[in-house]
Design a protein around this ligand. Structure first.
Ligand code: FES
Length: 171
């Protein structure tokens, strides 16, 4: 009998993930942290350092290694803004969603960027050019709302100027 539900597909991937051989230094790190408190955050940081994001197959492998449900791993990944679920783009756009920026319309800035690029926060454009992140306070609240692209900081950003700003990174 054929199984076609998402659960069965995930189960198959979960099974496949067990066969993945991790880089030796990562496996060693997991073995070291396996039984220590706070291990999940430490291991996810190490995974992100290795791959630049947390690939689903590796999240499954970590779940197996720690004997934890995959939902718990994803609960931690999505709760903290530090973890990425997709590979970072060539340029990283960080929109500050700290209080000062939020009060000055950071949510509208995010909406406009999502519209312009066709991605959501935490995603990367198909061409790999941009990834979009929401971050807590970039340390220049007097310039709210603030957007940072790579190492460039843009203050008092108006959503009408976003297309021009992004255009600078399009070549
Ligand atoms: S709240 Fe946005 S820079 Fe501080």
């Amino acid at each position: 009998m054929k199984q076609c539900c998402g659960g069965a597909v995930d189960e198959f991937r979960f099974y496949e993930a067990q066969k993945i051989e991790l880089p030796a230094s990562l496996q060693e790190f997991i073995d070291q942290w396996k039984d220590k408190p706070g291990n999940l955050i430490m291991i996810l940081h190490r995974v992100q350092e290795e791959y630049g994001y947390v690939p689903r197959q590796i999240a499954m492998k970590v779940a197996k290694e720690l004997d934890q449900p995959l939902a718990k791993i994803y609960g931690v990944i999505t709760f903290y803004h530090l973890f990425r679920l997709t590979k970072a783009g060539k340029h990283t756009i960080k929109v500050c969603i700290g209080t000062a920026c939020y009060l000055k319309g950071a949510d509208m800035i995010i909406e406009e960027i999502q519209e312009l690029l066709g991605i959501h926060v935490g995603e990367t454009t198909d061409d790999g050019r941009f990834s979009l992140e929401g971050v807590r306070c970039l340390g220049c609240c007097g310039l709210a709302p603030v957007v940072m692209i790579d190492n460039d900081v843009y203050g008092e950003v108006d959503k009408a100027n976003l297309a021009d700003i992004l255009g600078k990174y399009s070549e």
